[in-house]
Write a protein that binds this ligand. Structure first.
Ligand SMILES: [Ca+2]
Length: 372
């Protein structure tokens, strides 16, 4: 036992000595390099090398704050900064003196670099996606092509003149000229496109036959964006009975009118319905759509038939039309006594509405379709 301890003791001493030496000899220093544009915008695409003469000592890429940390022994070094602008990279040389155990901060301002942030607006001044965006230099040589651009496209560039092409939904912008100054540049490009949205969302409506109390509409349920599951007792379904009135031409029916609030250019009307054959719920077999700007004069479009989908489905019936309308009415021909509606939707142009006089409550629903 004693002999073993005598052997371990010198070994322990050596270990303590070595760690002590390391502790007092000090760590190498560090260069903390921060790259900025003239307005303080960080440069986030750059590589920094630390050189002793021509020998590379350390290198690294800047982070999203434009900062890179490079360790090195104390001494004087050359700092080589390569900014990855689109086109030819920009190279800058600086010098830095690193002290032992210390972080030496060096801030480098790159004069002739700017960041260009493109955003896009539609015809009615609403933000929209960019689609396919091409960046060209002042000689119209292509520098970058991006597809599927969402809200913005960002480029780090040398200062100067550039051209932008944008293609989105058949709308084309060619050679939109932009000037990139040093620092941050924000440019919004107007696109000749309209944004299609559901203009019936949140709007009032009327049903000729009221909902049944067990499948009630708590108010606005047909334009609230919520659709039930295939369970007929899901609270989002609004259930009505065709047998509340006499059949017309042997068919049970319902009339629904939605008020878009303004005159809109519309392109499709939709009803979202439930098919659940067990409890006797099928989707409509035909729709006739009519439109009006005042609720008095109506334009009735062709009757359109629909096949039954597979059972247990939340099904969308689509009716394509081109019209200008504040009011959109549906004459719904039912297969079963029950009609379960989830949502009425109408595609129109975001921001494209025009004022139109009319009163939903005053509309004679039967008169729209010349019904007795
Ligand atoms: Ca709904």
């Amino acid at each position: 036992m004693k002999a073993k301890f005598r052997l371990w003791l010198p070994l322990l001493l050596v270990v303590v000595l070595i760690s002590g030496c390391t502790l007092f000899s000090g760590e190498p220093g560090k260069a903390k390099v921060s790259l900025k544009m003239v307005d303080g915008t960080p440069i986030t695409e750059a590589e920094v090398r630390l050189l002793s003469g021509t020998k590379e000592v350390a290198k690294g890429s800047v982070n999203t704050e434009g900062i890179v940390e490079l360790p090195a022994k104390a001494g004087s070094y050359k700092l080589e900064v390569t900014v990855q602008v689109i086109g030819d990279p920009i190279q800058i040389e600086e010098s830095i003196a690193i002290e032992r155990d210390k972080t030496t901060t060096k801030s480098v301002t790159v004069e002739n670099v700017g960041v260009l942030t493109l955003t896009f607006k539609d015809k009615h001044n609403y933000e929209t996606d960019g689609g396919n965006v091409t960046l060209k230099d002042s000689n119209k040589k292509v520098l970058s092509e991006k597809s599927g651009v969402k809200q913005e496209a960002v480029y780090v560039l040398k200062t100067g003149a550039y051209y932008i092409d944008v293609q989105k939904d058949g709308g084309v912008v060619e050679n939109y000229e932009v000037t990139v100054n040093a620092g941050a540049n924000a440019v919004t490009i107007p696109l000749p496109v309209a944004t299609i949205v559901n203009v019936a969302s949140g709007q009032p409506y009327r049903l000729y036959k009221p909902f049944e109390p067990q499948y009630a509409d708590s108010g606005g349920e047909l334009t609230d964006g919520q659709v039930g599951t295939t369970a007929y007792n899901h609270e989002a379904w609004v259930g009505t009975l065709g047998s509340r009135e006499q059949p017309i031409e042997g068919k049970l029916w319902q009339i629904l009118v939605v008020d878009l609030g303004e005159k809109n250019e519309i392109s499709e009307a939709r009803l979202i319905c439930l098919r659940n054959v067990g409890p006797g719920i099928q989707t409509p077999q035909a729709l006739t759509v009519a439109v009006s700007n005042d609720g008095v004069e109506w334009e009735v479009f062709d009757r359109q038939e629909y096949a039954q989908p597979d059972d247990l489905t939340v099904h969308t019936l689509r009716y394509t039309l081109e019209a200008e309308a504040r009011f959109v009415a549906f004459y719904i021909e039912q297969v079963t006594n029950w009609l379960f509606l989830g949502e009425v939707e109408v595609d129109g142009i975001l921001g494209g509405g025009q004022p139109a006089e009319g009163d939903l409550d005053e509309i004679d629903l039967l008169a729209i379709f010349n019904l007795p």
